[in-house]
Design a protein around this ligand. Structure first.
Ligand code: SF4
Length: 270
């Protein structure tokens, strides 16, 4: 084989391995086997803070982003949307956002959809082509699969609230860039503050790593329940990944079953 072809093959192989490492870390086999074969009855909680599923009438379960995440907010003066009293107001105040370069490329701003008083909030990465065209998160094939995943554990799409880390579509569905996340994620914090969910489900590595501020692999993140400012937070595969690899459907179903079990326990206690 000519040296140039060999180099091209090696480059492709290196890229593939880096992608796999980003998704699964370096201990994919062992951790995947653990989660498949020895699913704990009650998953461990990855935080020293208590994870009690709060009721809507209890003190605010999600501390206001302005107070708790000030260090992660973009520097600068207070912005009008910070004071939005509800989702309608928030949407109206941010829907023309051009803070990052994705704003100029979007067809539609993808704010979020669902029950604004939901007990479960589902968070994905960013709009894709279908979402960009329709202005709604998780439509198209991945959206239909998400609906089926939710239905499998007795959630209706309209009873949860669904949003993404980014509100505008990255070109070619690439991963969000750090500067885009920095500009856009505060909108999601505000949405969480308004919904006050009792549970959060992160779909995919990017959503989980971004929200939880961690570099852990998806396998590692799936193995635990996380504490997002007092809200029990679960992690599973992104539906688009399941379309590419149906073998991940079973572990996804197991993840959402764990979530449903904890959700039911919390509801029954209130
Ligand atoms: S991705 Fe977010 S920060 Fe960037 S333009 Fe869209 S709404 Fe604004």
């Amino acid at each position: 084989m000519p040296e140039s072809e060999l180099e091209a093959v090696l480059t492709q192989a290196r890229r593939f391995l880096e992608q796999q490492k980003r998704m699964y870390g370096t201990t994919m086999y062992l951790q995947q086997k653990l989660s498949d074969d020895t699913l704990p009855a009650a998953p461990s909680v990855r935080s020293t803070a208590p994870v009690a599923a709060p009721s809507k009438s209890a003190p605010a379960p999600v501390p206001a982003p302005a107070a708790t995440r000030a260090a992660e907010r973009p520097a600068g003066p207070k912005e009008p949307w910070h004071d939005a009293a509800d989702m309608k107001q928030l949407n109206a105040k941010i829907c023309n956002c051009l803070k990052c370069s994705l704003g100029k490329m979007r067809t539609k701003f993808v704010f979020g959809v669902g029950n604004t008083n939901a007990d479960l909030m589902v968070i994905g990465e960013a709009p894709g082509a279908d979402e960009d065209a329709q202005g709604e998160p998780f439509v198209g094939r991945a959206g239909q699969l998400l609906n089926k995943i939710l239905e499998a554990v007795n959630f209706k799409r309209e009873e949860v609230y669904i949003a993404n880390i980014l509100k505008c579509r990255p070109p070619e569905n690439r991963r969000p860039h750090p500067d885009e996340v920095e500009q856009c994620e505060p909108y999601l914090w505000k949405q969480i503050e308004l919904v006050k969910p009792k549970f959060i489900l992160c779909l995919g590595l990017t959503a989980a790593q971004t929200l939880l501020k961690t570099e852990e692999s998806l396998t590692s993140l799936r193995a635990s329940v996380h504490n997002y400012h007092g809200v029990p937070t679960y992690v599973t595969y992104h539906p688009a990944a399941l379309l590419r690899n149906p073998n991940w459907k079973r572990p996804t179903w197991e993840d959402v079953q764990k979530l449903r079990k904890a959700y039911d326990a919390a509801i029954n206690n209130n």
